[in-house]
Write a protein that binds this ligand. Structure first.
Ligand SMILES: *Cc1c(COP(=O)(O)O)cnc(C)c1O
Length: 415
């Protein structure tokens, strides 16, 4: 038997023992969506999360949503009125952000490899481009001239430090992201001299960090670096995006980020910031932390079989929808996400099984030697922490199975 991660808070069974998601039984949600496999997102859980974040963070801190974590349109439409900005990573996401109603001045577009037509779309749309290289800066200046528009440009800084203990380090050392800190002041002067609307800095040090002390350290270093770069450039940045990187507990032994501790330290660090940052708007950008726990992936068992003493529950889902739960998305060692039998959520687990998907590859394993209540064909398997980097971060076209369904439960809008 191998351990599974902790089921996120807030999930319970109804009187018959069935898992409720956003107050609805899992089976009823599948009936509503029409079939499995299905991602269900609970909007009330997302609102609760954002409320907790606001309560913990300094009141002057703007909260942005990094929409690549979950761009499902119904979710995006609702999240727009709950956050202060959206961070996008392609022209496609930018269009979705604008369509969802976020004003362009609160959208920033980061990501390496922006093509000229993406840069032009951002300039025409009034969206801030976070520049990832000096070459991109020159292309943005040229596009502004061509279009006769003043581009809104911020500089993504590759800091000389990373976020300690983060699952994905995005700063420190040589990186394809951002401009090395030591070269940033010269570029600020170049942009200002060229007459663009220089918006400031974007400093993103890493992702999926659970250790509050590491986040606090990175945020303090980020504020110090922003002050130092501004001083060297002799220009006050209108905005500084300090990144985010808050992780969620996916695996056995993981503990949630202490956001109270992070918020208290950040308040202090902001009070102690460099004089040149006195009027700067500070923003934090989070994807995973806001939406991951609000999502559940539901897949139906098609077959129960044994092979040389091991029991397999074969489902209609798999890594083509939930690559991360299969262990094939940025993890070195495969470990189990929290998993349950939806119809018997309150039953005692007494059956050791491996839950696999329907793809012809040994990589397609959603639960490896996990202990579950006994289940068989027709039963629903629930995989938790499916709200971030699921449907759009998985190779859906692999093997040509149908696209996964998605459903948002929103109590606020229920009649
Ligand atoms: C991916 C990304 C994020 C979101 O990261 P999470 O771990 O989902 O919070 C934020 N900012 C940038 C620049 C990113 O690339």
């Amino acid at each position: 038997m191998k351990p599974t991660g902790p089921i996120p808070p807030g999930f319970a069974a109804d009187a018959s023992g069935e898992l409720l998601i956003g107050g609805e039984p899992a089976g009823a949600l599948v009936a509503q969506a029409g079939d499995t496999p299905l991602f269900v997102y609970d909007m009330a859980a997302i609102r609760t999360r954002l409320r907790q974040l606001r309560a913990a963070m300094p009141p002057e801190l703007a909260l942005h949503y990094a929409m690549k974590a979950n761009p499902y349109p119904a979710l995006l439409e609702r999240i727009v009125s709950e956050v202060d900005g959206l961070d996008v990573a392609s022209a496609g996401e930018m269009r979705a952000a604008l369509e969802a109603g976020m004003p362009p001045s609160f959208i920033s577009f980061a990501g390496p490899g922006k093509r000229d037509r993406e840069i032009e779309a951002a300039i025409l749309g009034g969206v801030t481009l976070n520049l990832e290289s000096e070459g991109e800066a020159e292309r943005a200046l040229a596009a502004g001239k061509r279009l006769d528009r003043q581009p809104r440009l911020a500089i993504r800084v590759n800091p000389d430090f990373g976020l300690r203990g983060s699952g994905m380090r995005m700063g420190g050392g040589a990186r394809p992201f951002g401009i090395d800190a030591e070269r940033v002041p010269a570029l600020v002067r170049r942009l200002i001299a060229a007459g663009v609307d220089w918006r400031g800095f974007h400093i993103f040090a890493g992702s999926q960090a659970l250790d509050a002390a590491a986040i606090i350290e990175a945020q303090a270093a980020t504020l110090a670096l922003a002050g130092q770069l501004a001083d060297e450039a002799r220009a006050a940045p209108p905005e500084v995006n300090i990144g985010g990187g808050f992780g969620v507990p996916y695996f056995n032994g993981d503990v949630a980020v202490d956001i109270g501790a992070v918020g208290a330290a950040l308040s202090q660090a902001l009070r102690a910031r460099a004089a040149i940052l006195a009027d700067t708007r500070f923003a934090m950008e989070l994807g995973r932390w806001i939406v991951a726990e609000a999502g559940v992936y539901l897949t139906r068992i098609v077959d129960r079989k044994t092979s040389r003493g091991e029991t397999y529950l074969v489902t209609d889902g798999g890594l083509h929808h939930q690559l991360a739960a299969s262990g094939n998305f940025g993890t070195v060692v495969r470990r189990n996400y929290p998993i349950a039998v939806a119809g018997r959520f309150d039953a005692v687990p007494d059956d050791e099984v491996s839950v696999v998907g329907c793809l012809c590859t040994p990589l397609d394993r959603l639960g490896d030697q996990v202990l579950l209540p006994r289940a068989g064909p027709g039963d629903l398997i629930a995989i938790f922490l499916a709200g971030a980097y699921g449907a759009t971060a998985s190779p859906q076209a692999f093997l040509g199975h149908p696209a996964v369904r998605e459903l948002l439960v929103d109590e606020t809008f229920r009649s």
